[in-house]
Design a binder for this molecule. Structure first.
Ligand code: SF4
Length: 479
């Protein structure tokens, strides 16, 4: 196998891809401290999340001296929601003391790096190569996987791969191989359904142990057959609704995407059944405050990327937004703030709404956008039973309605109203006064699409007979 020529080909190919976050931080800062910290944060975490968490942490702690000043709780809140954030906050709070053995400097030898909290072989190799430019082979899961798919090594673990590569991989590739194959593994040679159909090294690849992606038929007919069904539901506590049969409901309705709001749970509080519904992968963005807010999406198709929050510290600790990017659209799942009694949180809500609209507009410049969730506002008089008596109340205040006016005047389409102009269509009912049975409700849960995607809406409805929460689900069919 001509490994050097294959690596050079892939290297050229990935030059146009997104740079892995740790390399990006290395290029931008050339700072071993930041590279080490970002590498620790990046384990089991998407690049976008690592980038945001690193930025929040480095704002307050750009070096070892300032990191010493932070409590574990503050570190935790700044790095949330990276994977294993509790454990990683513990590693980082112990880092300054552990580095005293090395005179407060990040060491460049593997054995010394391995003595630091949270540093395993992969991190040690990555820091040595990326931060210090010294020969080391970092073996990320992508390197281990792709080298075995190519048949260049036959190994069972990343450690075995590292040792095998030390024996046979020309040293000129040691430092670069990790970032090349991470970029390639995230974009083309994906762990599930790799894109062999568009792969630049397909003719040299032995494809050991992989199942290539099935290519979709083209054309309008195929496209309409590929319409996706999406459901959005404020579950008012995912653990409570689990006891009422949530998992069976997802299986029964069987949509392509199931978005939930007000999950009110941390990922480590979820049962295995909730995490892993057959046929779906789930993505969660929880609030830092326990038992509060939170959103999640179950998806049948693996997203290209997942964005957690709005990249805005004012809102992201409340776990209100999660966005999944697919080939030809984004799904933004949102739990809007409640303006609260006497409109105490109205200004916060309006700031959130404006930030959300800016975020949505920026994504809509790239591809179609579907925005779903609990907007916590009835837009027009037709959208609630008693508009007159609620005119100054949260959820129907003039300011909240004015924002909805601006949102729709910007061209965003309320998909339900495309199909049903009638009154008495609601999605939320108070638990008091037997309101649901008497249909004294509000329509505050929506599916919107961006102005350019109106023609892709095939159908929209309210699933008013689904019980289990004070809201009912809403549905969109989108082609
Ligand atoms: S041909 Fe397929 S399996 Fe082989 S490297 Fe390319 S994407 Fe991966």
């Amino acid at each position: 196998m001509k490994i050097s020529s294959i690596i050079e080909t892939v290297k050229k190919e990935v030059e146009s891809y997104k740079v892995p976050v740790v390399d990006l931080i290395a290029i931008q800062t050339k700072d071993p401290f930041k590279i080490l910290v970002a590498t620790i944060l990046s384990a089991r975490t998407k690049d976008e999340t690592t980038a945001m968490a690193s930025a929040r942490l480095f704002k307050k702690a750009p070096d070892l001296t300032s990191l010493k000043e932070l409590s574990e709780a503050e570190i935790r809140s700044r790095i949330y929601p990276v994977g294993f954030y509790n454990m990683k906050a513990g590693y980082l709070v112990r880092l300054p003391q552990a580095l005293e053995e090395f005179s407060g400097k990040i060491p460049d030898e593997i054995d010394s790096l391995l003595k630091l909290p949270g540093v395993g072989r992969k991190t040690a190799n990555l820091v040595r190569s990326v931060a210090f430019g010294k020969p080391a082979i970092c073996v990320d899961t992508h390197v281990h996987r792709i080298m075995n798919i190519w048949g260049y090594v036959k190994t069972k673990t990343p450690f075995e791969t590292e040792m095998a590569l030390r024996e046979k991989l020309p040293e000129k590739h040691w430092i670069e191989i990790n970032s090349i194959l991470v970029a390639f593994g995230q974009s083309t040679c994906k762990p599930v359904s790799p894109h062999c159909d568009r792969c630049i090294v397909e003719s040299s690849c032995q494809k050991i142990g992989i199942i290539p992606r099935r290519t979709k038929p083209q054309g309008n007919k195929a496209r309409s057959q590929n319409a996706k069904t999406m459901i959005s539901w404020n579950v008012n506590g995912i653990r409570a609704v689990e006891k009422k049969g949530f998992v069976d409901l997802v299986k029964e309705l069987s949509p392509d995407l199931f978005a939930v709001q007000e999950t009110r749970a941390q990922p480590d509080q979820l049962s295995r059944d909730l995490h892993q519904i057959d046929g779906y992968t789930s993505y969660w963005h929880s609030a830092v405050r326990k038992g509060y807010s939170g959103v999640a999406v179950y998806t049948r198709t693996e997203p290209l990327t997942v964005l957690y929050g709005l990249e805005d510290d004012r809102f992201d600790s409340e776990g209100r937004v999660i966005s999944l990017e697919f080939e030809d659209f984004y799904l933004i799942n949102v739990y809007f703030p409640n303006a609260q009694h006497e409109l105490k949180r109205l200004s916060y809500k309006l700031e959130f709404n404006n930030a959300l609209q800016d975020f949505t507009v920026s994504l809509a410049k790239k591809k179609s956008v579907v925005i779903c969730g609990d907007f916590n506002v009835a837009h027009k008089a037709i959208d609630l039973k008693n508009p007159k008596s609620n005119e100054k109340n949260p959820g129907y205040s003039p300011e909240e309605r004015a924002w909805m006016d601006r949102f729709t005047q910007a061209g965003f389409v309320d998909t339900f109203r495309k199909f049903d102009p009638e009154p008495e269509n609601y999605t939320w009912w108070s638990y008091r006064f037997n309101a649901r049975a008497r249909n004294i409700g509000w329509r505050i849960d929506y599916f919107f699409v961006d102005p350019a995607s109106d023609a892709r809406v095939v159908g929209a409805k309210i699933l008013k007979d689904t019980l289990g929460s004070d809201h009912c689900p809403v549905q969109l069919v989108f082609k």
